[in-house]
Design a binder for this molecule. Sequence first.
Ligand code: FMN
Length: 396
Amino acid sequence: MDQKRILLIVGGGIAAYKALELTRLLRKAGVAVRPILTQAGAEFVTPLSLSALAEDKVYCELFSLTDEAEMGHIELSRSADLVVVAPATADLMAKAAHGLAGDLASTTLLATDKPVLMAPAMNVRMWEHSATRRNLATLRADGVMFVGPDEGAMACGEYGPGRMAEPAAIVEAVMAALGGGARPLSGRRALVTAGPTVEAIDPVRMLTNRSSGKQGYAIAGALAALGCEVTLVSGPTALPTPAGVVRVDVESAREMLAASEAALPADIAVCVAAVADWRPAETGETKIKKDGKAAAPIALVENPDILANLSKGRRRPRLVIGFAAETHDLEANAQAKLAKKGCDWIVANDVSVAGTMGGDDNAVALVTKGGIERWERMAKGEVARKLAGRIAQEFR
Ligand SMILES: Cc1cc2nc3c(=O)[nH]c(=O)nc-3n(C[C@H](O)[C@H](O)[C@H](O)COP(=O)(O)O)c2cc1C
């Protein structure tokens, strides 16, 4: 295979130091790295460090006589298989979303004809600001791929989403985007559902649940990393779309079913979403007012069963996998669900363990017609990779 090349744009954030480790890991993986360092980026890491690790020249200036003579900025923007922005500052995202081209990094992002992968890193308020949300949506719609950000303690002392993905996770996303890793699911299509559903009671109230979507998103990403074409049908979450995944946003169980059916035909369906079993029989068109008497009972009706629906019919995916969130009798309930729904595998997770819903770890058991496999507690990303590996084995 020809050596893969990336153009690495390093923006001006604290996380720029991680770009050095990212560069080292990419070089170790045999990927050529040509860095562009923004003026603000150079306040955090030196061109010399970046150049030494990349084993290439670092480009910093748009108006550089020597650089422009050696390699014009347009040529530079196309001199790689993939453009990676890490850290992608709020500023770089805004410039790219609006087509600004006032410096070398933003000009490169506007001029390139190559795919772009961004690893955002910024303070949680900056990440959650409506301007950044708009820019993110614009960039996604333009086909830009994203990895991270992670949630956690930040250098500024605050806590939340905004921390740059770890270099190893960025390398994984780069490999998936480059198609450089093993791609045993290439040519296969998967549907993954994730997150909660939301059922409206009236225009301001709703029935929902605590699902964060983390496990489903990780599975969608892990399948995409193995070359699978993935449609992720997602209830409302605060998560970025995994690299290489097409995401369809829905709210209610009925919308989720319709979007899932629209994603067929598929070879694989993984139903991870926490779909509401019931919805209000009627949705108030206006806000239901209290009248000083006892609260009116909300009559509920059953929602369609997405897993059972996908498990039958002419367009049934070859492998249908359901998730069972259980608080008790985990394995017995999972076995019963497998038989009742007509799916092939059930991944049972014990949500009675504090922190599983919304947390980063999961302890699951894989229930197939052949028996039960108990997996030790591990990060949701690990569960996703292990499950994707098992799925790939089925399609060998
Ligand atoms: C100490 C310090 C840390 C910063 N960290 C970040 C950051 O993590 N993310 C971000 O978007 N901006 C951060 N900024 C602001 C950017 O450096 C600033 O918006 C700059 O113009 C970005 O330029 P660039 O996008 O061309 O790299 C930081 C600024 C300072 C002074």
